[in-house]
Design a protein around this ligand. Sequence first.
Ligand code: NAD
Ligand code: TDX
Length: 341
Amino acid sequence: MKILVTGGAGFIGSNYVYQVLHRHPEDEVVVLDALTYAGNLENLKQLERDPRFRFVKGDICDAALVDDLVKGVDAVVHFAAESHVDRSIMDPGVFVRTNIIGTQTLLDACRRNGNVRFHHVSTDEVFGSLGATGLFSEQTPYDPRSPYSASKAGSDHLVRAAWHTYGLPVTISNCSNNYGPYQHPEKLIPLFITNLIEGKTVPLYGDGMNVRDWIHVEDHCEGVDLVLRKGTIGETYLFGGRSERSNAEITNLILFEMGAGQGKIERVADRLGHDRRYAIDPSRAERELGWSPKTPFLHGLRKTIAWYTSNEAWWRNVKSGAYREYYEKQYGSRPTPGVSR
Ligand code: NAD
Ligand code: TDX
């Protein structure tokens, strides 16, 4: 199969490209990525000389380019997005452009070129926030509450509309919080690991009791691969790690594993509109695709800490430059004086 992978230079996309070419050595992959602040060609370095791989730098909103690329492939797996909730709170416009208009541009190209198979990678955040109990399932009504999740919800609806209206062969997956190698250090786990390596504090939002359902990126990528090959057209599958943790618990685990004390925790102002709890019931994917999350959280976290420890050049490079400016804007004004970052 020849697959166009959008956003393949980002965190999950790059892990997916490696996994696909490993699981299906006969496949070919074309990555389309705009290389925004979150895209990094270093992530795909090991494929530089692989004849099955091609990289195209470009924007998913560029209809002519997208049309040209879609022409030559059997399927599109769509990861490209603006993906960080805090950035969406600061500047929602680019989320609307990339996540909504970009997705529609891809759908249009798939339709124009003989109904190319389309898989859309989405998030559990489209379902809103849970109370102390309950799980998201494929039947949960949409209730997005941040500009990021609202833009992802919009894209999910457009993908479903393309199926119902034009019969475009689509599938959607909504996944919980990923962690693992190549994740941008703006996100909780890599931010905290790299801050501790740098001797800095870790900024924990609010009371630290918000809960996320953590899944190792390789388990998510396996799920996406299975939906692409075995999923029922027009359907949605939810992936989660069956691993709910509060942010305080994650923080304490990271501190313990890295030999750091409680003094490294810095309580900072809460995220605006911070969703309290996400948790996934992945039983449909388990039943219908034979999928399951295989990485126990503590094992995955230790592997991730080891990866960031031995790939310092990778994240130091990412944390410098434009990222630093963003970091100052995001955390610089919080009422927590005296902390050097
Ligand atoms: P990421 O921010 O690490 O990567 C996004 C990639 O998309 C980057 O390489 C970036 O350069 C590229 N991109 C952005 N705008 C583009 C544009 N206009 N044209 C072409 N490329 C563009 O994100 P991620 O964490 O790897 O997430 C990938 C996908 O998975 C997203 O759709 C996200 O919503 C979804 N998702 C993420 C998680 C998570 O925990 N990270 C969980 C569930 C779903
Ligand atoms: O500095 C921080 N301190 C903190 O307490 C950061 C960056 C985060 N947090 C909290 C906020 C969340 O409750 O940690 C939790 C996880 O935050 P993020 O890593 O920013 O992830 P989240 O907002 O949950 O969204 C992620 O999972 C779903 C991805 O970024 C999304 O792309 C995905 O759809």
